[in-house]
Design a protein around this ligand. Structure first.
Ligand SMILES: [Zn+2]
Length: 178
């Protein structure tokens, strides 16, 4: 039975720590944490959630990717767990797109990140996975990996003027439709 966990919000010191490696992905406590992270991410219809965001400082996150209004070319990546992630290489080509974060509700920011990455991680059975990720999948992977290093998307902003209230975007959209 998985649980919906409470999310740590910006200002909570756990979001600023470097999380330690997961020594054994098959540890039953890690299995439970993965299930709870997947349930919590699904509960809010999100694309990524890192363990420190639910007050567990370990190198583990869950993510998914699918096409949407803001990411029409996103690859389909079903919900998956990512343990002890590493980025092996990043494309020189950059993308600039909207990001939001459960730990900072109500806001979105335009963030520049590599368009493609080659990444390596372990799954819940401890198997090593190496994969090229692009578009939304690369963006989510890098956003969640930042959480494991105590970084927030705010730290990646080119300019503070790239920060928007989500409500402002809704109002702008309504203006466009009018
Ligand atoms: Zn986040």
């Amino acid at each position: 039975m998985s649980r919906i966990l409470q999310v740590a919000l910006i200002g909570n010191p756990i979001l600023r720590e470097r999380a330690p490696e997961v020594p054994n992905p098959e540890d039953p406590r890690i299995q439970i944490l993965i299930n709870d992270l997947l349930a919590t991410m699904g509960g809010v219809n999100g694309v990524g959630l890192a363990a420190p965001q639910v007050n567990e400082s370990v190198r583990l996150f869950v993510m998914q990717s699918r096409k949407g209004e803001l990411f029409p070319n996103a690859p389909d990546v079903p919900p998956m767990e990512v343990i002890n992630p590493e980025v092996l290489s990043e494309s020189e080509e950059l993308d600039r797109a909207w990001e939001s974060c459960y730990s900072m509700p109500g806001y979105k920011a335009l963030i520049t990140r590599p368009a493609k990455i080659l990444a390596r991680w372990q799954n819940r059975y401890g198997e090593l996975i190496e994969s090229e990720l692009r578009d939304l999948a690369a963006r989510v992977f890098l956003h969640e990996l930042d959480h494991l290093d105590g970084k927030m998307f705010l730290d990646r902003m080119d300019s503070i003027s790239d920060l928007h209230a989500k409500m402002e975007l809704v109002l702008a959209r309504e203006d466009e439709l009018r």
